[in-house]
Design a protein around this ligand. Structure first.
Ligand code: PLP
Length: 504
């Protein structure tokens, strides 16, 4: 039976320790006072965030120039520290929590997530062995199984939390490589004549984290073969099959395919079922990068975005992107935890415990020993909003994206650049520019769209980013913040049109 903290009497030793103010942590009374002040401050921040410029309106070096170059010799009062947060830090923030943050992938923290982070910072758990972190270890398993059920993923997947999708995917590829049975863990890859070139496949739209994972694992960039995508930016399965056949004929050893559900540039969705078919034929590990789009599968009518993913060996999604979870928290679902464990488990004497072998130890499944207690915030978020609440918010983001896309489609001066399967709109201005050759017009349109983007961002009222599609500079509007409403989307449309009119 776990005793509640509130019911425990304060010990004499604790009372004495509280009286010795020269050592130890901040006195409990001060902690309480400033804690309340900070929570009030955060509540005000969210209430008034609309009035702040989304993109930091400072120049490089501005903040550093206002901070002392040397550390304080004596401790400073919290009042002074908090005043500097207001005066110096806030103006140097690009406000990711702003409802008009539409750049990259718009993401969002949330109140229950913030509370989870606060408690996790207080517990300061190093989740490495079950013994050092029973709550973290077991809550991680429970919360990730809830998430798996909400997404309608097969029960054969077991989940693990890492910090980012980049790290999750790197671990998935490491597990895939372990499955090649070439004793790479023991003997490495360098200086071996018996090792052919190992090959990983991903589309030309795959995120750069796949390239980086491959670099980190020592496979070398030449191990990654980029497969062309179709006119809707989805991997071409025929091209994949041909590439695998060609590689095999040339003595290369294919071992892994990475499909993306929700690519970074356009949120396109690779045909995972067809890719799974090919992967199975050639006995290749299939990893799905659903870092951005994965959470959308919680919405029943969007569940189909994961069609075919039950045939994957691993899948990553980022609650810190589109599940209202403060950064960072990435989830890797894997069917072959045995291979992940074989690739990374290493238990020195000082970490041996009696329950070893009977319980899961997070450190057996990755490069990190200590891991943050991230499951707490996810568990609190799922409980606070419930599946319906999470689905309703994601569904609304998709509605707003469709609404914005409908304005683009109706306008003669703007054009859509990619389909909108979720809540990302790729578009650009295309006003008539006469008396130009096609090449000059293309250059002018790129420059015009870049100027529009910088113009909108400079107002501080919204923040957009860009990509290149078919060599054309394309604006991206991503909707994913819990505070974004139709009013914010209408406002950015007005801002874009104002900029366009001022530039032509
Ligand atoms: N995969 C995709 C499809 C992404 O869009 C991103 C980031 O935007 C990542 C992976 C990398 O995510 P993280 O920052 O969690 O490593």
């Amino acid at each position: 039976m776990i005793q509640s903290l509130a019911k425990r009497p304060m010990s004499i030793a604790k009372k004495e320790a509280m009286n010795d103010s020269s050592l130890g942590d901040m006195p409990a009374e001060d902690f309480r006072r400033y804690g309340h002040e900070i929570v009030d401050w955060i509540a005000d921040y969210f209430e008034k965030i609309d009035e702040l410029p989304v993109l930091a309106q400072i120049e490089p070096g501005d903040l550093k120039a206002h901070l002392p170059a040397t550390p304080p010799e004596k401790g400073e009062p919290m009042e002074a520290i908090l005043a500097d947060v207001d005066r110096l830090i806030v103006p140097a923030l690009t406000h990711w929590s702003h409802p008009s943050f539409f750049a990259y992938f718009a993401t969002s923290t949330s109140a229950p997530g913030i509370f989870g982070e606060m408690l996790s910072a207080a517990f300061d758990v190093k989740s490495m062995l079950w013994r050092t972190s029973p709550a973290s270890t077991e809550l991680e398993e429970v919360a990730l199984d809830w998430l798996r059920q909400m997404m309608g993923l097969d029960a054969g997947f077991s989940g693990l939390i890492y910090d980012t999708a980049s790290v999750s995917s790197m671990h998935a590829i490491a597990a895939a490589r372990e499955g090649v049975e070439m004793r790479i863990r023991e003997e490495g890859m360098s200086g071996r004549k018996d090792l052919p070139l190992l090959r990983v496949y991903a589309s030309d739209q795959a995120h750069s984290s796949i390239d980086k994972g491959i670099i980190t694992l020592g496979l070398g960039q030449r191990s990654l073969r980029k497969i062309p995508s179709d006119s809707d930016f989805r991997m071409d399965p025929k091209a994949l099959a041909a590439a695998i056949r060609e590689d095999k004929a040339n003595g290369i050893l294919p071992f892994c395919v990475v499909a993306t559900v929700g690519t970074t540039s356009t949120s396109s969705i690779d045909p995972v079922a067809a890719i799974a078919e090919i992967s199975e034929q050639h006995k290749l590990w299939l990893h799905v990068d659903a870092a951005y789009a994965g959470p959308a599968a919680i919405v029943p009518e969007l569940r189909e975005i994961l069609n075919g993913c039950d045939r994957a060996d691993s899948l990553v999604l980022n609650p810190h992107k589109w599940l209202f979870t403060p950064f960072d928290l990435s989830v890797l679902y894997c069917r072959r935890m045995d291979l992940l464990r074989r690739a990374f488990a290493l238990v020195p004497e000082y970490l041996r415990t009696p329950e070893q072998g009977k319980v899961r130890s997070g450190s057996d499944y990755g490069v990190q020993l200590g891991r943050r207690f991230r499951a707490l915030k996810l568990w609190m978020i799922i409980r606070y909003f419930g599946r319906e609440g999470l689905a309703a918010r994601i569904r609304e983001h998709c509605r707003l994206a469709q609404l914005f896309a409908s304005w683009v489609e109706k306008s003669a001066e703007w054009e859509m650049m990619a389909p909108v399967p979720l809540a990302l709109v790729c578009f650009r201005a295309c006003p008539p520019l006469e008396d130009e050759t096609e090449a000059v017009r293309a250059k002018r349109l790129d420059a015009l769209n870049e100027a529009i983007m910088h113009g909108v961002n400079a107002t501080g009222k919204a923040f957009l980013s860009h990509t290149k599609l078919n060599d054309k500079l394309t604006l991206r509007l991503s909707i994913g913040n819990i505070r974004t409403t139709e009013r914010h989307v209408r406002r950015v449309w007005e801002l874009l049109n104002e900029q366009l009119q001022s530039l032509i």
